[in-house]
Unconditional design. Structure first.
Length: 434
């Protein structure tokens, strides 16, 4: 994807050549890591992060957008007990970006599921939660999460309503001591006064309404109508280029990807929502710790070498991630992880449950080599013997799966931040720009 030349600007990185804020917002750069620390070893390193207050958003009509038919996806479904409404979505979005939902007011959902980074985090292989504690797994994208019935890398939850309390209570994520604690806190915040009651027929924040609101917002993060969708489901010849078309043939043919990353007759989620052993988890369990010192960058241009012994003494012990086994205790489930969707995969690096593969090229090379052999490896993963150009074609195909998402990112930018003492300026703009 072409990225406009960055310019230094008080509103962050905006497309070069735009003079007025209003004109800019429609073309503002809404993706890419803010600070991947490339060049951190140089003393003149300059951060690419943008100040949060500087992000300019445009509210979109999320409910109407979500309920539309999106080329390549089924119609959005939701539990009968949790119909979408504008009030619920707005409330869910407010909660999602509210740092006060964590024990010490520092961590919101949106800080691990970052809108401009594919609703995941491009800068971290594994997520970092409250007080810098490691979560041990890569944050998945939330695009199209409404269509998933198998949640988390080990598939331990089935619905967004069940899922939502986990990050809020996990000691390494938002670290709240109990559900009651969160509910009391929200009830005490004046800016939530009446919002729950209006959205939920008079009910205040409680065990059910908090996750329902969060789920409502997340269900609107629908993204399809990609080049692939227009070519395959829309019969638009020319929507996808030749290399990607050859990549599609490999994906559905000799490379065998479609066996797990499923494509149906009239839609494609690119996941069978099942759990498989591709060897990623096994590979990590076999990795030995580096015996020597590790270089730690303190600030641009300044590093120290820290001994492995010292790092062990401050960090938590790394327990191997056995995937589905953690849920079932069945030895055959060791290193099985859920097949992720591949929609928008170009936006959601790094890859796999542990973020161990940095690029799509690395992912394709991993499959080409037959995954990581282990006694429980899925028989569907085997050496492919692809040529260099075939590997590039598979990557081109994966890049053609990026759907429409810009209006969702701009809408997220317009959400209130829920920070102690920070009020957002939200310019009123009726239109949405994809
Ligand atoms: C510290 C970072 C962090 C925070 C904060 C966080 N998440 Fe996550 N999220 C993750 C990680 C990591 C996973 C994967 C965990 C796993 O598979 O065990 C995840 C998984 C999910 C999933 C499942 C997605 C899928 O494809 O299976 C959803 C939905 C989700 N988070 C929503 C939320 C919501 C809502 C909040 C706020 C209440 C939140 N997250 C806060 C890191 C975070
Ligand atoms: C046996 C089923 C299976 C087959 C076949 C398969 N995959 Fe996967 N794929 C998975 C699973 C499971 C994961 C997640 C593994 C993990 O998290 O450790 C995954 C992860 C990925 C990811 C990373 C997505 C992300 O968001 O992290 C990409 C990209 C991918 N596969 C592409 C492919 C391609 C291209 C092929 C064909 C060459 C392929 N897959 C074949 C099951 C499969």
């Amino acid at each position: 994807m072409a990225t406009p030349a960055p310019v230094h600007h008080p509103w962050g990185r905006v497309a070069a050549g735009c003079l007025f804020l209003w004109a800019c917002s429609a073309v503002a750069v809404v993706d890419g890591p803010g600070d991947d620390r490339r060049g951190y070893e140089r003393p003149d390193f300059e951060t690419r992060s943008r100040a949060l207050e500087a992000r300019v958003g445009i509210h979109g009509d999320l409910v109407a957008r979500a309920l539309e038919q999106h080329l390549g996806l089924p119609l959005l479904g939701f539990p009968a007990s949790a119909p979408l409404s504008e009030e619920r979505v707005a409330l869910g979005r407010k909660l999602f970006f509210d740092r006060r939902l964590s024990l010490n007011g520092t961590q919101s959902c949106g800080m691990c599921h970052i809108p401009e980074q594919g609703f995941t985090n491009n800068e971290l292989a594994i997520a970092v939660g409250i007080e810098g504690r490691s979560v041990g797994r890569n944050a998945p994208t939330l695009y199209n999460v409404a269509f998933l019935g198998t949640l988390f890398h080990d598939g331990r939850e089935e619905s967004l309503e069940q899922q939502a309390w986990q990050p809020m209570l996990h000691p390494n994520e938002m670290a709240n001591p109990s559900i009651g604690f969160v509910i009391d806190k929200i009830a005490s915040l004046p800016d939530y006064a009446d919002l729950f009651e209006t959205a939920f027929d008079g009910r205040g924040p409680d065990l059910e309404t908090v996750p329902k609101a969060l789920a409502s917002y997340q269900r609107t993060l629908v993204s399809a109508n990609s080049a692939f969708d227009r070519w395959y489901f829309g019969a638009e010849t020319g929507a996808m280029d030749e290399a990607a078309i050859r990549g599609f043939r490999l994906f559905t043919g000799r490379a065998g990807c479609v066996a797990c990353h499923a494509i149906e007759q009239d839609h494609a989620l690119f996941t069978d929502q099942r759990l498989h052993n591709t060897g990623v988890g096994y590979a990590r369990s076999q990795r030995r710790e580096e015996p020597g010192p590790s270089r730690v960058w303190l600030y641009p241009g300044v590093s120290i070498d820290v001994s492995a012994h010292l790092i062990r003494s401050v960090g938590e012990e790394r327990v191997p991630d056995l995937g589905r086994y953690r849920v079932t205790s069945d030895p055959d489930d060791r290193w099985r992880f859920r097949t992720p969707s591949l929609r928008n995969v170009a936006l959601t690096a790094p890859y796999m449950h542990d973020g161990s593969l940095a690029t799509l090229e690395a992912v394709v090379a991993f499959y080409d080599g037959g995954g990581t052999p282990n006694p429980l490896l899925s028989p569907l993963v085997r050496p492919l013997e692809l040529s260099d150009s075939e590997r590039a074609e598979l990557v081109a195909f994966l890049r053609a799966l990026t759907g429409e998402y810009r209006s969702l990112v701009l809408d997220a930018f317009a959400a209130p931040l829920g920070d102690v003492g920070v009020e957002r300026r939200v310019p009123a703009r009726p239109t949405e720009a994809e």
